[in-house]
Design a protein around this ligand. Structure first.
Ligand code: ADP
Ligand code: MG
Length: 471
């Protein structure tokens, strides 16, 4: 029913339908090119990857340890000189390892003292052992998302754990630093807000609002479609989050059901600002996103603005109404060809029973290929003023005083534990392969400044801070 959702290898993975489709497509041999691994395309850091050094070193070590383990056998067959060489090599590598350990310790001490003097963290340094890890509620491209309890206050958070090894391997250091920087400058009832950011040798952590109701990919997978009321409510929540982000000059760029999470009362919030960006005039080269939800101007590498998020919102509305997306395909190219071929619109005859004409008009105007024809191109008020939202109680929605038309299960888990475990296994395998590189000082320094434990105080205006990042 859906088309393949994919990303290039260095990008993050999202749980959910897209990945599942992609897996079955891959099984069927539909992978197209080697570039297709995940369902989000992300521009990566352009620095050369230190990964290769990691692999090299790892392979030297493993072959070394193999010969050490089998020294008895090899002493029978190998000349003595070779054995001596191996032992010398072993000693050298051991020394190198000790040297690296020393460097890492020094680096950690330096960082600790930096954090103690840092404006953000003079309160106390947040660490993993300050949380009770309850269970895993999601998996992203770099690791697990946990439900945790902050021991000191008893407060529940979602803790997003991201493996440094995976981040480096996927060349996404800028992306995770960017996510933390943007999040720490935003706060809104329709965004998943940040509370803490901290790190250890292997992982980065973000403590976020805990959303008990699961993500919309999980729910649309179960429900197939939503009702008009439910869809309008979801779209209104997402709109409030987007309106706020845009007012802060931020484009989200990856609005899709996996990144929209429900609280226990059925209110939706936007999460995953991994590829969000401060608006810049010349951004034609920023082509990150997920093809099925990606606006044509991004697909076609043109300059783009906030209305790319409204296009994605329209795709979501279409999907919730009809149970399929307007433009599907097994590859980015197939989806792009479809978008270029024709403007999809919901026809009168396709509108399901009990849905209004206004709903179809609203969605049709959002999925306009030409940005200047798209609702919201001239500002967020265009969405508010559309007849589908006539008399909509925006203020009550903002205050969360409405009864949501879709309430997630209160007792059951709102995620697919099996799917989570499959995706987690894939990550774990990769993490183990790349673990060695974390000993390097040059790797650890790339994460300097990640820590944050007082999100209400910002050291410099968001623009200035974000402009310091090289995309
Ligand atoms: N705050 C949260 N509360 C509950 N579940 C969450 C939260 N944040 C993320 N998740 C779940 O974890 C998944 C991965 O998180 P996400 O931030 O999207 O990671 P990635 O950036 O790697 O895609 C989401 O699709 C969602 O199912
Ligand atoms: Mg995501």
């Amino acid at each position: 029913m859906y088309g393949l959702n994919y990303r290039i290898p260095h990008s993050r993975q999202d749980s959910g339908q897209g990945k599942r489709e992609e897996k079955s497509a891959l099984k069927q041999g539909n992978q197209g090119t080697l570039m297709i691994q995940n369902n989000r395309i992300e521009q990566n850091d352009h620095s050369p990857s230190p990964l290769f050094h990691g692999i090299q070193k790892f392979s030297v070590q493993s072959s070394q340890s193999t010969s050490a383990n089998h020294s008895k056998q090899s002493s029978i067959s190998k000349p003595k000189q070779t054995q001596q060489m191996s032992f010398l090599n072993y000693l050298m590598l051991k020394k190198e390892d000790e040297e690296q350990d020393k460097q890492v310790t020094q680096h950690q001490q330096k960082q600790q003292s930096f954090q103690q003097n840092n404006y953000f963290t003079n309160d106390l340094q947040i660490q993993r052992n300050m949380f009770n890890f309850l269970y895993v509620i999601g998996v992203g491209g770099f690791g697990k998302v946990w439900k945790v309890e902050y021991k000191k206050t008893g407060q529940t958070y979602a803790l997003k754990e991201m493996s440094k090894a995976l981040i480096i391997a996927k060349k996404s250091v800028n992306s995770v630093m960017n996510e933390k920087n943007i999040l720490s400058n935003l706060k809104h009832p329709y965004l998943v807000n940040i509370y803490y950011a901290f790190q250890e040798r292997e992982n980065l952590f973000l403590a976020l609002d805990y959303m008990q109701g699961g993500d919309l990919r999980y729910h649309v997978g179960r429900m197939r479609r939503f009702s008009e009321d439910q869809t309008r409510f979801f779209m209104a929540c997402i709109f409030l989050g987007l309106e706020y982000m845009h007012s802060q000059n931020i484009i989200h760029r990856d609005i899709k059901p996996e990144n929209l999470v429900l609280d226990k009362n059925g209110y939706v919030r936007i999460t995953d600002l991994g590829i969000a960006r401060l608006l810049r005039p010349d951004n034609a080269q920023d082509t990150s996103g997920t093809p099925g939800y990606m606006a044509p101007e991004v697909m076609c590498r043109q300059n783009h603005s906030f209305s790319v998020d409204y296009f994605a919102l329209g795709v979501i509305g279409y999907e919730f109404m009809l149970g399929r997306r307007p433009y599907t395909g097994r590859s980015r190219k197939e989806i792009r060809d479809q978008i270029l071929a024709k403007q999809v619109q919901i026809k009168r005859s396709e509108i399901p029973d009990n849905w209004s004409l206004e709903s179809a008009d609203f969605i049709n105007r959002l999925i306009q290929r030409k940005p200047s024809n798209r609702l919201g191109f001239n500002g967020a008020q265009e969405l508010r003023q559309h007849t589908w939202f006539k008399n909509f109680p925006w203020q009550k929605l903002y205050n969360k005083e409405l009864k949501a038309p879709f309430i997630p299960h209160q007792s059951e888990d709102n995620f697919d534990a099996r799917q989570i475990s499959i995706e987690n296994e894939e990550n774990t395998e990769l993490i183990q392969q790349k673990a060695m590189m974390l000993r390097r000082n040059s790797i650890q320094t790339q994460f300097d400044g990640y820590d944050l434990n007082n999100f209400t105080q910002t050291s410099e205006p968001i623009k200035q801070q974000l402009n310091n990042i090289n995309y």
